[in-house]
Write a protein that binds this ligand. Structure first.
Ligand code: 5GP
Ligand code: MG
Length: 179
């Protein structure tokens, strides 16, 4: 997995992301104005996106994090989702917005949303930076999407390659030089 020897193709630049987040922040602020909003961010992939997105809100918001099992070191989902670290606060008075980096098979988001619904919040919706609808294994249509992208493995802006590259400030695709 020698990523340094591969070609890095920028899919969403820092400017693309910043511009889109301003729009999303406004849209979400308008939708939840005068409502009690609780953002549930899924670690680790969404930490960068969540941090930038919530700073575009002009409404009050509570924020907490959940950890679910992930791809690990591979590029294919294991197909089973586990909650490693759950939300402890009572969500009954809140409108929950689950924030994740990407919806791929949809298994993670569906599982997390179903799980959070059992805590009886007022509503549960979701927001993802990236959506890969071609890869869906379960029916889920994210409520707020930053960018709809083709079926490619993406890295950067929170998304990992092995244990690294989450800190790269843009989203890129790796391809072999001689493709
Ligand atoms: P899903 O359950 O929808 O298949 O995807 C769950 C998780 O897999 C995402 O939250 C993300 O962490 C990881 N994932 C899915 N697609 C990609 C990708 O293209 N690149 C990286 N780095 N992670 C991905
Ligand atoms: Mg993830």
């Amino acid at each position: 997995m020698d990523i340094d020897k591969k070609v890095w193709e920028v899919l969403c630049s820092e400017e693309d992301i910043s511009n889109r987040l301003k729009e999303l922040g406004q849209e979400i602020s308008d939708a939840y104005r005068d409502k009690k909003l609780y953002v549930v961010s899924l670690l680790r992939g969404s930490f960068v996106f969540t941090a930038d997105l919530v700073r575009k809100f002009d409404i009050p918001v509570k924020i907490d994090f959940m950890t679910t099992s992930s791809y690990g070191h591979g590029t294919e989902s294991s197909g089973s989702v586990k909650i490693v670290n759950d939300i402890k606060e009572n969500l009954e008075d809140y409108h929950v917005l689950v924030v994740d980096d990407i919806t791929d098979s949809g298994l993670t988001m569906k599982y997390v949303m179903d799980h959070l619904k059992t805590k009886n919040p007022v509503s549960v919706k979701c927001c993802v930076l990236l959506d890969k609808p071609e890869r869906r294994k379960v029916e889920i249509d994210p409520d707020y999407v930053g960018f709809t992208i083709p079926d490619k493995f993406v890295v950067g802006y929170g998304l990992n390659y092995g244990d690294y590259y989450r800190n790269i400030p843009y989203v890129f695709v790796v391809t072999d030089k001689d493709r």
